[in-house]
Design a protein around this ligand. Structure first.
Ligand code: DX5
Ligand code: ZN
Length: 222
């Protein structure tokens, strides 16, 4: 099984989003962090910006919704044509219903866990998901350090998914760079968000290729 690199445009040059998306055309998906200044203490963009970049992006969009009331707002991103829509477990009132709705509207469904949120209460949601996002920093900002104890949560998610023979990707987001991607891959992650490691590099395509190589090698060792 391969791995996926999904760069976050949070710390890209937002005055030139189309050009920045072109710079990551060799990645699998572009990771779009939607923040509402309520669920997290930061504000980014919403549906109109996503609708504007969808037709010009060379790769599919992976929407990470750090917002309150995703039950109400998330389906519109699937309807707009996003490849994958991630809601936060802590914010959803009816996560199973929401995950089913996202799939019905044609997107992959994904659920994110903040660093302090346990996987266990959300195990019943897993069969409705195509991807589980294990946050490896407190959501809200790019450029933070990878939280090492999250490796245990990734391992636990990997063992449950494998035991139950579920087809769910495990994405990690926060502090992913050449120094951390191997440990996350060895713990069982297969889909990697990298923001500053890609957009603060002189050559984003080379940064993506390097991360892919390290991630694939570590994944193959598992
Ligand atoms: C943080 C966002 C991340 C962020 C990652 O809340 O969800 O996607 O852009 O940035 P880095 O890779 O710099 O930690
Ligand atoms: Zn994110």
């Amino acid at each position: 099984m391969g791995i996926r690199i999904t760069p976050s445009i949070l710390n890209s040059d937002v005055s030139n989003l189309r050009g920045e998306l072109d710079r990551i055309a060799t990645a699998d998906w572009a990771h779009i962090d939607v923040m509402d200044n309520h669920f997290v203490p930061n504000l980014t963009w919403g549906l109109p910006v996503v609708e504007a970049i969808l037709p010009v992006s060379p790769i599919p969009l992976d929407i990470h919704l750090m917002i309150e009331d995703p039950d109400r707002w998330a389906p519109a991103y699937a309807e707009a044509g996003a490849q994958s829509v991630t809601f936060h477990a802590e914010a959803a009132s009816a996560p199973i219903r929401l995950a089913r709705e996202l799939r019905r509207l044609g997107s992959r469904s994904a659920m994110a866990l903040k660093p302090t949120t346990d996987l266990e209460p959300f195990l019943p949601v897993l069969p409705e998901l195509d991807m589980l996002l294990v946050m490896t920093v407190e959501p809200g900002f790019g450029g933070q350090s990878f939280i090492e104890p999250m490796l245990e949560k990734i391992r636990r998610a990997r063992s449950v998914i494998d035991e139950r023979d579920l087809d769910i990707w495990i994405q990690v987001d926060g502090g992913i760079k050449p120094e951390t991607i191997e440990r996350a891959a060895e713990a069982g992650a297969d889909t990697f968000v990298a923001g500053t490691a890609v957009f603060r590099a002189d050559d984003p395509a080379a940064a993506i290729a390097h991360l892919r190589e390290l991630g694939e090698a570590a994944h193959a060792r598992c």
